[in-house]
Design a protein around this ligand. Structure first.
Ligand SMILES: [Fe+2]
Length: 383
């Protein structure tokens, strides 16, 4: 087995009501002023002000920057960086789902390394650790609060840049399910399917290890058992908490085993049409895994077992087919669109999307290498 390195934040706080204890724990760190990076909705709902109040009690002043858009852009990072520098912040607190966390990582990385965020596209391009980042999660999906992945849209090139850098790993992650109750059903569904995609892509990845395998399969079984309920009743704290753990486990898996073509292709759809990441993944997942099934049927049969749909004694290929069917059934049950056409994807854009997908670093660990025509074929099948 090849060498492996396991990345995870130093401290990870989970469970009902952990937000307050997490912020209290910052009192001894010596920080003076934080930039709270969030989105417009969490600012308007008063959640950012609540976090600012908790920071104040720990002796940390703060500035709220609510400029992280869905699919955050280079412009968002630059605007936040200007606020951070003007206010003289010495740490960053991200509050939200993947978009605020990724925007905050971009800000915190450039704050210490200089230049622009586009300079760090690729793997481990920065020289220094970012400013300390405390990531408070409000969705169960991207796991950005605990990963070394930072996805920023280059609005001039209409692509999503993948910045995979050990230095963007947050210092402290916070997953308090009470912050997740307000998520609407469609967002719960999309982010939950993002987490499932992380687990499946990490499990079939060429960089999987026994550690990431354990995390991925546990994540799959928890998502299969809880996502429908979290979508059906957003106030079900037990289902929300299970999804928070599941997405964290899936994050542990893909943060270290990386991903595959689902993410490489979904990033292009997100960058080109500004579509929600989780929905793009959910639509593409069965199509990419159908392509992968030719080389990793046993791995997909394991996923089927974790989902509770494998049949004992059946062939790996048959159970892999059950895995794909179960993924489609789960998507349909929680209201995910059946195809990309419903999302506005145009057939004439497929060659460009496929060419860019092949340049995305996330595809490097897909178990079955594909060429331009094969990626185009997967996009076409997913229409
Ligand atoms: Fe993702």
């Amino acid at each position: 087995m090849a060498q492996s390195t396991f990345f995870i934040p130093a401290i990870n706080m989970m469970g009902e009501g952990c937000l307050e204890s997490a912020v209290q724990s910052l009192a001894g760190y010596g920080y003076r002023r934080a930039l709270i990076v969030t989105d417009a909705w969490l600012e308007q709902a008063g959640v950012a002000a609540r976090v600012a109040g908790l920071l104040e009690k720990s002796g940390i002043a703060s500035e709220i920057f609510a400029g992280a858009q869905p699919n955050p852009t280079i412009g968002n990072v630059e605007a936040g960086l200007a606020r951070l520098r003007a206010a003289g912040c010495d740490c960053v607190v991200s509050l939200g789902g993947g978009s605020p966390h990724d925007c905050a990582k971009g800000i915190a990385l450039v704050a210490t390394n200089g230049g622009g965020i586009a300079d760090y596209e690729g793997v481990d391009r920065s020289a220094k650790p970012q400013l300390p980042l405390i990531a408070i999660n409000t969705t169960a999906g991207t796991a950005s609060e605990m990963t070394r992945f930072c996805i920023i849209t280059d609005e001039s090139r209409h692509i999503k840049m993948a910045i995979v850098d050990r230095h963007v790993t947050p210092l402290l992650s916070v997953n308090d399910p009470l912050l997740m109750l307000a998520k609407p059903p469609a967002l719960t569904a999309a982010t939950g399917m993002d987490a499932l995609t992380h687990a499946v892509e990490a499990y079939v990845s060429t960089a999987a290890t026994p550690i990431t395998d354990a995390c991925a399969l546990k994540a799959v079984s928890m998502i299969a058992a809880n996502l429908r309920q979290a979508v059906a009743d957003g106030q079900d704290v037990a289902a929300r908490e299970a999804m928070a753990y599941a997405q964290f486990l899936a994050g542990m898996a893909f943060n270290n085993a990386s991903l595959g073509y689902v993410h490489a292709m979904a990033h292009q759809l997100g960058g080109f049409y500004n579509l929600p990441h989780g929905v793009c993944n959910a639509v593409l997942l069965p199509h990419v895994e159908a392509f992968n099934a030719a080389v990793v049927p046993g791995r997909l049969a394991d996923v089927a077992a974790a989902m509770g749909v494998a049949v004992a004694g059946a062939s790996a290929a048959d159970n892999a087919a059950r895995c794909l069917a179960a993924i489609r059934e789960l998507s349909a049950a929680i209201g995910i669109p059946a195809g990309l056409r419903e999302l506005g994807v145009k057939p004439e854009d497929i060659p460009t999307l496929a060419a860019n997908a092949l340049k995305d670093a996330c595809g490097l660990t897909n178990p079955r290498p594909a060429d331009q025509a094969e990626i185009e074929g997967i996009f076409a099948a997913a229409l």
